[in-house]
Design a protein around this ligand. Structure first.
Ligand SMILES: [Zn+2]
Length: 307
């Protein structure tokens, strides 16, 4: 199964004509999750051809407006659409109270849709999304306010079945092969029992991406991105302004690339560009510093990750 990364907003601080406020869709055949929900995210999602009704969860990193302000509008739209399937909204402490206040003021209009707010605490942990194929965990990042990054993964898949070997061993083609492929032992017509491990290759790890913004370079981002197929990391400024970046709780593209390299991530998608920087130049610096595959995110430019 593929994972699609669809940047819906790649600007820092405020939307511009070229870049919306922070939002990234992570989609598979089974549905999608939204990482951050800056202003305009729901329109950008529709422009990208994503079906709002198929969203499984919203993962908010922190409560700065450029990551949160689109959420009330998105919840209201889902309510108007008549959704009754619960929606998981994960985020930092304070999120539940904020949404309750908006609800009481009549600003949300979630109708019959239950909103299950899951506030992250301490170092973070598993975020359970009932009915979703996505496996999500959070990890604490280091920003000016409490912030959590997320790792979004698909489940591991059974190893490839050695069909020829199984047939040679006398397993008849048909449903018994399917059972073995699914990892279950079978009993042959002659009474022999065959264990799946005899003909199944090693388990194939499900695709995984990490989402780390906003943050200074930190160990938490490395942990989230350990061995991931892609790290999505903020790169608010070019490296010449590293000091300013740190003062404001941010990173440069070069620093993001060092995090990705340390974590052994397969590639790096940079986002959250200050309106004052050229994203392509920031990605160039990061690439030269580490030799990693680095892509500068652009709104609506999708990146596919295949096994
Ligand atoms: Zn931000």
């Amino acid at each position: 199964m593929q994972l699609r990364l669809i940047p819906l907003g790649t600007s820092a601080g405020r939307p511009t004509l070229a870049r919306g406020a922070s939002a990234l869709a992570v989609a598979s055949e089974s549905g999608w999750v939204l990482c951050d929900c800056g202003e305009g995210a729901q329109l950008a999602a529709q422009r990208a051809g994503l079906s709002l009704s198929r969203i499984d969860a919203v993962l908010i990193t922190h409560l700065h407006g450029d990551h949160f302000n689109g959420l009330p509008g998105l919840l209201g739209t889902l309510g108007l659409e008549g959704r009754t399937r619960p929606l998981v909204v994960a985020g930092p402490p304070g999120l539940a109270r904020l949404l309750r206040t908006l609800e009481r003021a009549g600003s949300l209009g979630t109708g019959a849709m239950p909103v299950n707010v899951i506030e992250q605490r301490g170092a973070g942990g598993a975020v359970t999304i009932p009915g979703s194929r996505f496996l999500v965990t959070s990890g604490a990042l280091v920003h000016r306010i409490e912030t959590y990054g997320y790792r979004v993964a698909l489940p591991d898949r059974a190893g490839a079945l050695d069909v020829a070997g199984a047939l040679r061993a006398g397993v008849p083609s048909g449903p018994l092969l399917g059972e073995l492929k699914a990892g279950r032992a079978v009993t042959l017509p002659d009474g022999r029992r065959i264990e799946p491990a005899e003909f199944l290759g090693p388990v194939r790890r499900g695709l995984a991406i990490a989402y780390a913004l906003d943050t200074v370079p930190c160990a938490g981002a490395v942990e989230l991105a350990r061995g991931a197929d892609a790290l999505v990391h903020e790169a608010t400024y070019e490296h010449a302004r590293a000091e300013l970046a740190h003062q404001r709780g941010h990173s440069t593209g070069v620093e993001a690339a060092r995090i990705a390299a340390e974590a052994g991530a397969a590639m790096l998608l940079l986002t959250h560009f200050s309106p004052s920087v050229d994203g392509e130049r920031v990605a160039d610096e990061a690439r030269k510093a580490t030799g990693l595959r680095v892509v500068a995110a652009a709104d609506q430019v999708e990146l596919s990750i295949a096994p």
